[in-house]
Each structure stands twice: as C-alpha cells, then as structure tokens.
Design a protein around this ligand. Structure first.
Ligand SMILES: [Cu+2]
Length: 67
C-alpha cells in the first residue's frame, strides 16, 4: 500500500473527486481516501509515476504534500 498526503480536502465531495482522479490512473487499485487524515492510499499493480499522481490530483483541485 502506498500513501500520499493530500491537502485541501474538506468534505466527502472532495474525497470522491480525489478518488475519481486516482481511478483514472492505470495501475492503481484499492483506492482509499481518508478525509480526516488527509491521505490517499492505493495499491500499485505496476510502477506508477508519482508525478502523474500529483498531476491528476492537482487537476482535481487538490495538492499532494511532499515532505
Ligand atoms: Cu469538499
């Protein structure tokens, strides 16, 4: 399971939007977005470029936090 921090989610609508964005990426599976933690978790069935994940989430209107 891979987890990324997502900034800007405030309600279930945001959770749905982020989930939908991640579902569009080939190779991601079992996507689980946690509103309280501000995290998105998923399984990679093949290596997925982290920048693609960032881009998709950004296009949905949210920000991936990298520390
Ligand atoms: Cu929202």
């Amino acid at each position: 399971m891979t987890t990324v921090k997502v900034k800007g989610m405030s309600c279930q609508h945001c959770v749905m939007a982020v989930t939908k964005a991640l579902k569009e990426i080939e190779g991601l599976q079992d996507i689980a977005v946690d509103l309280e933690k501000g995290e998105a978790a998923f399984k990679e069935t093949k290596p997925v470029d982290k920048n693609l994940i960032k881009d998709k989430i950004k296009k949905a209107g949210y920000e991936v936090v990298t520390e």
